[in-house]
Write a protein that binds this ligand. Structure first.
Ligand code: APR
Ligand code: PHB
Length: 395
């Protein structure tokens, strides 16, 4: 760091969530220097609980980043998932249909491992970075200004990576005349709890029921994550643990409900469901990655995985630029990332639409959902399409 709050780096990264950390670590592996500016503290970032299903593409990136040891030790390999409607349940066999499993490992743990790797490598991460502003992103010399501890800071860079999530500053820095935003807000949320109980099943259960959707997920052999669809007007404090467990039991097949082990919740929260994409994902030397550019509803756990494919394309593009002087990856970043993003959006939207109750749903609409679930149950081609999307489209 130079005196007077002046710094220079190759890639300035806004946001110390999984996207920013993974990008920084991968760039480091290629000898490319970066600085991360994070608005909050590390403890805050690690306090967030998010989905925990990793595609092989992300696992490969974490291996490349040197952050996959614990994941390989503690992650649980899932060769399939269960889908239920009423008391009927069937399995989508990922291994048989695609040859590929997914790994269940919490996003918080991924983030923790990435922080450990960045710290071990002496990576620059500035926490409590307030009022980050992007200047001259459409020139060859972009600059970030921000404040830490009441001091004005300035960071010059070759490129800026906007990895600052949905509420960040990066997307808003692209002129509105250039930005096109696409959004769908769903008329319900997910009430989730974490409990120190063994999972009801060794695989995830995505449950459609006349009372609404439910999901039985897990973090490890004694830590379960469950969700139930709820009205957006509900608040977590409206739901006692007992009320939650009772409602969950009503939405999953009776034989699973009988086996469900309940206990006190150690976390309880409600998340709204949203699909969102902004185009383009590059403006001059500013690139958007992850939640800064797109949001998916959690059905199918594509959030982190889609962030990972953005990071993959961007770190490849930057590597080619620095190593070979080839700007084509940078110029093509937005189109390449968006092509995969839209497919993950489609899958998450489809899986959400298939499994949830909608307030305005007619009896005909409900019959269509049941017919589609039964088609999926019986048809290998439909299962293969589902499985290919769930384990992750190639990148
Ligand atoms: N300045 C600096 N940092 C910021 C700013 C800002 N103006 N705004 C937000 N941030 C930080 C946030 O505090 C957060 O730590 O950027 C980080 C963004 O992290 P995430 O929201 O986790 O987004 P991302 O890293 O893209 O992760 C992808 O996968 O499962 C999904 O939504 C889930 O977080 C997940 C995502
Ligand atoms: C989770 O474990 O939190 C989870 C798993 C799968 C999903 C969504 C969330 O589709």
């Amino acid at each position: 760091m130079e005196s007077g709050g002046q710094m220079k780096t190759q890639v300035a990264i806004i946001g110390g969530g999984p996207s920013g950390l993974l990008l920084s670590q991968l760039l480091h592996g290629q000898g490319i220097d970066s600085v991360i500016l994070e608005r909050r503290t590390k403890e805050y970032v690690l306090g967030r609980i998010r989905a925990g299903v990793l595609e092989q593409g992300l696992v490969r990136l974490l291996e490349e980043a040197g952050c996959a040891d614990r994941l390989h030790r503690e992650g649980i390999v899932h060769d399939g998932t269960l889908i239920s409607y009423g008391d009927a349940m069937f399995r989508i066999d990922f291994r048989d249909l695609t040859g590929t499993p997914v790994i269940v490992y919490g996003q918080t743990e991924v983030t923790r491992d990435l922080y450990a790797a960045r710290e071990a490598a002496g990576g620059a991460i500035h926490f409590n970075a307030e009022d980050v502003r992007i200047h001259d992103a459409d020139t060859d010399r972009p600059v970030l200004t921000y404040r830490t501890d009441g001091q004005d800071q300035r960071l010059e860079a070759d490129f800026i990576a906007g990895c600052d999530g949905f509420h960040g500053v990066s997307r808003q820095s692209i002129p509105a005349s250039i930005r096109q935003e696409y959004e769908k807000v769903y008329p319900f949320g997910w009430l989730g709890i974490l409990s120190e109980t063994p999972p009801v099943n060794h695989e995830l259960i995505y449950a459609s029921s006349p009372r609404g959707f439910a999901l039985c997920s897990m973090r490890n052999a004694n830590l379960s994550r469950y969700y139930i669809q709820c009205p957006l007007t509900d608040r977590p404090e409206d739901w006692s643990d007992d009320a939650f467990w009772d409602e969950l039991r009503r939405r999953i097949p009776a034989d699973q409900a009988e086996r469900l082990v309940t206990g006190p919740s150690i976390e309880k929260s409600i998340a709204p469901l949203r699909s969102f994409v902004t185009e383009p994902m590059r403006w001059g030397r500013l690139f958007l990655c992850g939640d800064a550019a797109h949001i998916v509803p959690p059905t199918g756990a594509k959030g982190l995985n889609t962030a990972a494919s953005d990071v993959h394309y961007l770190h490849r593009a930057l590597t080619r630029f620095y190593r070979d002087g080839d700007p084509s990856g940078i110029e093509g970043y937005s189109a390449q990332a968006l092509s995969r993003v839209w497919k993950a959006e489609r899958f998450s939207w489809w899986f959400s639409s298939l499994m949830h109750r909608y307030p305005d749903q007619s009896p005909f609409d409900q019959k269509m959902q049941v017919a589609e679930i039964e088609f999926l149950r019986a048809n290998r081609a439909a299962q293969k399409a589902m499985a290919e999307n769930y384990v992750g489209l190639p990148y």
